[in-house]
Write a protein that binds this ligand. Structure first.
Ligand code: VGL
Ligand code: ZN
Length: 209
């Protein structure tokens, strides 16, 4: 039998409407769906990933004079998206949204803690080990259902790393919301589907899969 975990990505105030500094359209309507998935008790473990940036994080446009949010910046030949300041560790914007059910046994995974590194994935980066991989292994989890924000950034990168680390991965699409438009969403879905990620709706979960 598969041992499956739910991985909830970045359901934090700054990513939620109406007041978040980087509010993702449709963010609020995913929260009851995520709460229901948690309440179904189908998972061996629930992970709550969160952006935990320092105030001088390089992804904030405000840290680059003359640059505006949603512009790009090139560093060593790589383009990075610039954002409004968001999810600064210790601030209200970095807290989980108050409507998200959080249990004591949920495992919290902080990412994006290094000033000079972007880190969309809950699995971290070469320089940032979030410890999720060792935790998943120690619980013998082999299958992940991924939900949260944003589908075209942190959910996408997390799902990619999960599949590349050998997990069987499903994204519950109605429990996600995206920053970009439908073309961007389709391209993210195509990329992930090619890698072996399954997309489904929460209503399909109990249909004997
Ligand atoms: C995210 C932009 C910047 C996300 C995080 O959670 O998808 N997006 N930081
Ligand atoms: Zn961020």
């Amino acid at each position: 039998m598969k041992r499956s975990a739910l991985l909830v990505v970045d359901v934090q105030n700054d990513f939620c409407e109406p007041e978040g500094s980087l509010a993702v359209p449709g963010s609020l309507k995913i929260i009851p769906i995520i709460n229901q998935l948690k309440a179904d008790n189908h998972y061996a473990c629930v992970y709550l990933a969160c952006d935990a940036h320092p105030p001088d994080h390089f992804s904030f446009a405000s840290n680059h004079p003359g640059k505006a949010p949603f512009e790009k910046i090139e560093i060593d030949g790589t383009a990075f998206d610039l954002w409004p300041a968001h999810c600064v560790k210790g601030t209200q914007g970095a807290q989980f949204h108050p409507l998200l059910n959080v249990n004591e046994r949920d495992v919290i995974i902080e990412k994006g803690t290094l000033r000079h590194r972007e880190c969309y994935s809950a699995f971290g980066s070469q320089e940032e080990d979030t410890n999720i991989l060792s935790d998943l292994k120690s619980r013998q989890i082999d299958s992940l259902d991924i939900v949260g924000l944003a589908l075209d950034y942190c959910v996408k990168e997390t799902a990619r790393d999960a599949i590349q680390n050998g997990f069987s991965v499903r994204v519950i699409e109605d429990a996600t919301a995206a920053v970009g438009n439908s073309l961007i969403v389709q391209s993210a879905k195509d990329t992930l589907t090619r890698l072996g990620v399954q997309f489904l709706l929460s209503s399909q979960l109990n249909e004997g899969s």
